[in-house]
Design a binder for this molecule. Sequence first.
Ligand code: FES
Length: 151
Amino acid sequence: MTVLELSSQDASPPAARSGDSARANGDGCVRVVLCRGCCCGSAAKIPGTDHDGQLARLRRLAQERPGQVQVRTAECLGPCEQANVVVVRPSVAGRRRGGRPVWLGLVRDEAAIDLLESWLAAGGPGLASLPAALSLQVFPAPKSVGSDRVR
Ligand code: FES
């Protein structure tokens, strides 16, 4: 297993498999990674959350906004105590305007997905203000994440 060390400046989750670079992912896209490892997405670990529904909603948003939003899942990204973890990576335009990857924890209820959807639709990091309620769920990126965990 290859481990990609990331600086705190980048703090991105791993790039997609099969050489999916930022270019291959679409420079204009804000990229969302839903952790679906041992805890995130697990009804046994996090009961009362519609895990499949969360993923379906975000995938629907990506289908409705091709070239603007991409959704991936990942193996455990590390901070399981924050399950469900979602990482939002800025588009190139968002990064140019100062956007950086945002790590969200405890994404468990429909209200959080509602806010996430509206933020993504508005452009995500660097292009739209993070909703105040969602900002309470931001946590610092772990120092390292595996490079082979994104599906
Ligand atoms: S399963 Fe999501 S951080 Fe571990």
